[in-house]
Design a protein. Structure first.
Length: 231
């Protein structure tokens, strides 16, 4: 989590999801795949992935556990400085229309011009989401946080276990409740793109499901959440 919330009763709190809402597609798999392409020695660790997927399928479909295992398979044990160098390169390449939806960025700028507090709320990990938040000028970033071995002899190394719950579904509800407490009295405007975003969207003062698939649109219609495309 980054930033400290100021108080201003004239503002709203605009909460944006990342993947599929501000971006055209997922950000985690390209991040991991790009790292693996530049570090071929990591490919041998891919033998762990079928087991992680099988555990997900038969073990209750825990997305957070699957995420930590996939990240651990490709990045586990790497030093913080090595990962930070890749993160800098990855985020530097996320510019323009190839990554971000122009209409979504326009909506973000409308809130910025209105003086609203801008919060990025994503289930993707803190390996790179805070840097994307800074790139886009968000005041705060809330995302899934990972653990590091701070006692490593040279420098911290990634353990990849989750330090926070996977910030998806009901965990975003908890985050929204926390934001209401910190930005007390300010209305919340929330944007998301998937069915898993609906639990917190329905609790916002204003919400919009954007770029959703057919199932998400049907669920949003049933929940009374407006639907739009931000392309």
């Amino acid at each position: 989590m980054t930033g400290n919330p100021p108080r201003d009763p004239m503002r709203s709190v605009a909460v944006f999801d990342l993947d599929g809402t501000l971006t055209w597609r997922d950000t985690l798999l390209p991040y991991l795949g790009g790292y693996a392409m530049r570090h071929p020695s990591r490919w041998i660790r891919l033998w762990r992935l079928p087991g992680a997927v099988l555990a997900y399928v038969v073990g209750g479909r825990d997305r957070g556990l699957l995420k930590s295992r996939v990240i651990g398979a490709l990045l586990g044990g790497e030093t913080r400085s090595t990962i930070e160098r890749w993160t800098d390169r990855y985020v530097a390449g996320l510019s323009g229309r190839k990554c971000f939806r122009p209409a979504a960025l326009a909506a973000l700028e409308v809130h910025r011009a209105a003086g609203d507090h801008l919060v990025l709320l994503s289930a993707s990990p803190d390996l790179y989401v805070p840097q994307i938040g800074r790139l886009l000028g968000f005041e705060r970033t809330l995302c899934t946080e990972l653990t590091w071995d701070e006692g490593a002899p040279d420098e911290p190394r990634l353990l990849a276990n989750l330090r926070t719950p996977n910030r998806r579904g009901e965990e975003k509800v908890r985050c929204l409740s926390m934001l209401r407490g910190e930005y007390r009295g300010l209305p919340v405007v929330a944007y998301g793109n998937s069915r898993s975003d609906l639990p917190h969207l329905v609790l916002a003062d204003r919400a919009l499901l954007v770029n959703g698939n057919a199932a998400a649109r049907r669920a949003a219609a049933r929940a009374g959440v407006p639907i739009a495309d931000l392309t």
